[in-house]
Write a protein that binds this ligand. Sequence first.
Ligand code: ZN
Length: 153
Amino acid sequence: MSYNMVEFLAHAIAMEEEAAERYLELADMMEAHNNLEVQKLFRDMNRYSILHRDSIQERAGSLELPKLKSWQYRWVAPTEVGGEEGFDYNLDPYQALEYARANEARARDFYAIVAKSTEDEEIKKLATDFAAEEQEHTDALDEQLSNTIRKQN
Ligand code: ZN
C-alpha cells in the first residue's frame, strides 16, 4: 500500500470525518437508551475526531485532495448486525461499543500498514502518530466495554 502525501491526508481526513458522524449517531442512540456514560464517551470521541480532522485539514492547506471511494474510509457494520445501511438498527450499548471498537482497530491497522510500508519519512511519522492515536481510542472503548454489561439475547 503506497500513498503519496495528498492521498494519505485525504484518507485521514475522510476517516476522521466518517468517525465523527458515526460517533454522533451512536451518541444519540445511547441517549435513547438512557445510557449517559456511553453517550458521553461517544460525544467526546466525536469531538476528538472533529479536532483531528481540522488539524489534518490545516496541514493539507491548499493542497488539492483526491476523492476517495467510500469503501476506503466508511465504517463497516458487524455482519451479525446489518448490511450497508449501517444505522437503521438500534444497537444496545455493548454492541455500539463493539462496533466502534472494530472500526477504530481497523483505522489503527490502516495507519500501521502505511507507516510500515511507506518510504516517505514524513508520511511514516504522521502514520505512526495516527496509529498511536487510534490505539488510544481502541483502548478507551475496551475500557468502557469492560464496564458495560452484554445483553443476553
Ligand atoms: Zn479514532
